[in-house]
Design a protein. Structure first.
Length: 106
């Protein structure tokens, strides 16, 4: 079986990386503004998870753009999905722990 190389021109890779960087900056501005306007702890936690997921997705996109072959892309995708599933599981455990803890009244 022959190895399938990804023949993506360098200028196209550079354009994609620049687009990823610009998109990440735009989302960063959004998350900063959202964090300043949100008051509830639950909403802040959800926003934090979303921000973490977006950062991971941008980094994953950069890695995929730099991949040399289809096997590397598949390996990157598998690792990315595994990490996302683990992070979501941890978040759900935290969330269920927070909802199970007794509420204190002032």
């Amino acid at each position: 079986m022959t190895e399938s190389k990804l023949e993506v021109p360098a200028d196209l890779r550079e354009l994609v990386e620049t687009t990823i960087d610009q998109s990440e900056k735009a989302f960063s501005f959004f998350f900063d503004a959202a964090n300043k306007s949100i008051m509830s702890v639950a909403a802040k936690n959800a926003l934090s998870l979303t921000e973490q997921n977006m950062k991971a997705a941008f980094e994953h996109a950069r890695e995929v753009v730099r991949a040399k072959d289809l096997q590397q892309v598949m390996s990157l995708q598998t690792a990315f999905l595994r990490t996302q599933i683990e992070n979501t599981g941890e978040y759900l455990q935290r969330l269920s722990g927070e909802s199970a803890s007794p509420k204190h009244s002032p």
